[in-house]
Design a protein around this ligand. Structure first.
Ligand code: FES
Ligand code: FES
Length: 153
């Protein structure tokens, strides 16, 4: 099967189609920004983008993304290796503490901003309602996403 991950086309052998997608991304491709959290589709730590939509993948297998366009946090950075403005905003606004939730948060916010580049704070909170953060209190995360929205216009 084929799929595109972080803008690169992969031919994935059939024997890997049924393994967990998180394991494939982390252990075969070394994309360790993909996190294993609750593994119950409850925390959002495992969220990536599939065809520009945020998807929690802790129950997914590799074949679930056949012929898809997959984006992990590693694929967010600019071609020159600098951080995407949304990633930079998370740093600038203090929206990261332990960082465990951050890849899923950033990618879910990226999906929101791709579909709505002027979200209200309420819409940002609603988009993130399935992404849990134990550290920040969410205020700084909403601030960062609101600030970064200008880069999507
Ligand atoms: S690890 Fe997938 S939602 Fe928590
Ligand atoms: S920064 Fe620690 S869980 Fe969000």
């Amino acid at each position: 099967m084929q799929t595109t991950i972080n803008k690169k086309l992969y031919n994935i052998p059939d024997e890997l189609k049924d393994i967990r997608l998180t394991d494939f991304l982390r252990e075969y491709l070394d994309l360790t920004g993909v996190k294993n959290g609750c593994e119950m589709r409850a925390c959002g730590a495992c969220a990536i983008l599939v065809n520009n939509k945020s998807m929690r993948i802790c129950h997914a297998t590799v074949k679930d993304v056949e012929n898809c366009d997959v984006l992990t946090i590693e694929g967010m950075e600019n071609e020159d290796g600098t951080l995407h403005p949304l990633q930079q905003a998370f740093i600038d606004y203090g929206a990261i503490q332990c960082g465990f939730c951050t890849p899923g948060m950033v990618l879910t916010a990226h999906a929101l901003l791709l579909s709505n580049n002027s979200p209200t704070r309420e819409q940002i909170r609603k988009a993130l309602q399935s992404n849990l953060c134990r550290c920040t209190g969410y205020q700084q995360i909403v601030d960062a996403i609101e600030a970064a929205s200008v880069y999507y216009k």
